[in-house]
Design a binder for this molecule. Structure first.
Ligand SMILES: C[S@@+](CC[C@H](N)C(=O)[O-])C[C@H]1O[C@@H](n2cnc3c(N)ncnc32)[C@H](O)[C@@H]1O
Length: 286
């Protein structure tokens, strides 16, 4: 893309190392390769998902992790729960989770390859005390929510972390890619509606914001490539002028690249079904 098409002038002193960009763009990327990019996190006022969940999972609980990824969060929670399992639809992630389980040695948990939206109904109904997802497949609509609630015991708790609308907004400004699947209305409102309509008494509804700092545009690009790969977005060419524009727009005085990390938390308690009386639409049974 040319600078003229974007309608902004790129300053001549923002010279990027094309060979380095080419090398990063040509490398193998996966969701978890993002962990290798160097980043500094400013998480003041941010409770941290793992710590928050760890405080809510109690001994004796049966726990379900929907979209467990490499199992990092779930294995940590297994220290305080009775049993449970993590599911993910990516075989590579389940392999990583199983490797983690072998290292951790926890006997009370397992990981299963499962597309939760397609096959989640195969889980035993009302068999979990606590179900959660950390930016996994549920929260964005009614179907996933119903499948999750089906697996949860009445009175059980459900926690959904989702990408917020401001997540990677600096990247979205220039490259136009920001989880387009999930951008219909404000994420928090969407999740609230999906929960309320499906019988959850909401107890947490929050926007959580962090700032992330990469030492330079190259470390940021390593991270971003893993996200573009994950979202199925096309990569820019090494000479794409937007890379220099991104560096210019988002560099701090010290030269770090500053980005926004925005997630939404919505959590609550599954309301036990009442028999008879008014239906959820206010209609009366005859
Ligand atoms: C942000 S990652 C989870 C991070 C994880 N909790 C950890 O500790 O690193 C979200 C996960 O949801 C999984 N996922 C997405 N859609 C899914 C689906 N339909 N069924 C099951 N898992 C899904 C992805 O493969 C990915 O591993």
């Amino acid at each position: 893309m040319s600078a003229r098409r974007i309608g902004r002038r790129v300053s001549a002193n923002m010279e990027l190392d094309r060979d380095r960009l080419r090398e990063i763009l040509a490398a193998e990327h996966s969701f978890y390769s993002s962990g290798r990019a160097i980043a500094r996190i400013d998480d003041r006022f941010n409770p941290g998902t793992r710590d928050f969940l760890a405080g809510r999972v109690k001994s004796g609980m049966r726990v379900l992790d929907i979209g467990c990824g490499n199992g990092g969060t779930f294995l940590r929670l297994s220290e305080s729960s009775e049993s449970g399992f993590g599911v993910d639809n990516d075989p590579a992630h389940i392999c990583m989770a199983e490797d983690g389980l072998r290292e951790n040695g926890a006997a009370n948990v397992e990981f299963r390859l499962l597309d939760f939206l397609e096959d989640g109904d195969a889980l035993e109904p009302e068999s979990f005390d606590f179900a959660f997802t950390e930016r996994g497949p549920i929260g964005y609509g009614g179907h996933g929510m119903r499948v999750a609630l089906r697996a949860l015991k009445p009175g059980g708790t459900l926690f959904c972390e989702m990408f917020g609308n401001l997540h990677h907004q600096e990247q979205a400004d220039l490259f136009g890619v920001n989880q387009p699947r999930y951008q219909m209305i404000r994420t928090l409102e969407k999740a609230r509606v999906a929960m309320e309509r499906n019988g959850v008494d909401i107890r947490v509804a929050a926007d959580i914001l962090q700032k992330r700092y990469y030492p330079d545009i190259y470390e940021w690009l390593k991270f971003q490539c893993s996200i573009w790969m994950w979202t199925g977005s096309s990569f820019p060419a090494p000479d794409d002028v937007r890379l220099a524009m991104f560096a210019e727009r988002n560099a701090t005085e010290s030269g770090e690249i500053e980005t926004t990390h925005h997630v939404v938390w919505v959590a609550g308690v599954k309301i036990p079904m009442r028999s008879g009386g008014a239906g959820s639409d206010g209609s009366r049974r005859t």
